[in-house]
Ligand binder design. Sequence first.
Ligand SMILES: C[S@@+](CC[C@H](N)C(=O)[O-])C[C@H]1O[C@@H](n2cnc3c(N)ncnc32)[C@H](O)[C@@H]1O
Length: 315
Amino acid sequence: MFNSPPTDSRADPFARSGTRFNQALDQLMGGVEARFGIKPGGLVERKLGRIMEAVPAAAVEAWVASMNSLGADHPEWQSLVECLTVHETYFYREPELMEMTRRDILPHLENLRSTTRRLKIWSAACSTGEEAYDLAFLTLKFLQSRQKAMLGEQGARLLDGWSMSVSGSDISNQVLRTARDGVYSNIAMGSIRDMPPEWKEMLEAVRPADVRADSSEDFFEVRPWVRSYVSFSRFNLMDSRPPFEGLDLVFCRNVLIYFEDNVKRQVQTMLARSLAPGGVLVLGSAVRLLVPEYFTANFGGGGSWYVRNEQAVPR
Ligand SMILES: C[S@@+](CC[C@H](N)C(=O)[O-])C[C@H]1O[C@@H](n2cnc3c(N)ncnc32)[C@H](O)[C@@H]1O
């Protein structure tokens, strides 16, 4: 990241507490927010301050200036954003929301798509993939309960012309690698922490080759009959053009909490563009809808879900 060798920060009185260092850090944080929407906050800034405390202020300023001249896709920004983003996620997060999706949202979509019989779902900011696999599993089980899918050891077969796909996306290449592998361990507070017994049907035990023989961790892989409906790609929520259009269901949870309201509005407008009329947006419990002109709000036991109306989003 830096070319100059670290020096003792005492040699540079500005390095730790001086305005030059803090201004450079502010400019860097401004660059992060402009490119990725995230407002990292004081804790991250203090951490970065500690990491850089031995680097002279002039070197920090030069580095920040060079970073701010680069676009969001540059590898330097990519490696910085990997460190600044929070990737916490797990299967069956917010059980009431999962239940509401099964009870209210999927029947709404089944009705909406009774003619075209296809369901296109997007897990935006999916981190390591658990949410995307949850949505695929939940939808397959729902279709099975409506005699529109047959599930078994041999795989899942959709019936009567129904089709379904789930796309997961994230800004971080690291988490996308894990998502594509689809292998999760049972470490405490890990991906499987809150999984109900019936959800385990989508996993099978595996022993990855790179795991130490004496490791007490157990590993589980998402079964092919679920994986085959899920794909992953990189996407920055700050892009105004969505990667998909005509979608039926979009989950975008636990990410906009890190964004300021004006950026939240911008991202929610992009999400409105991605949905077909009648399609559903789920933002999770902590984020308010800031573009009510494009949606009708519904309230269920698991929080709010928003149905896209016909109002066109200006280009
Ligand atoms: C806390 S995880 C949420 C995962 C999942 N949606 C959930 O609710 O469990 C937030 C994810 O947002 C991603 N993220 C942050 N800023 C982003 C951006 N500008 N574009 C796309 N993804 C972003 C992070 O990389 C991280 O994986």
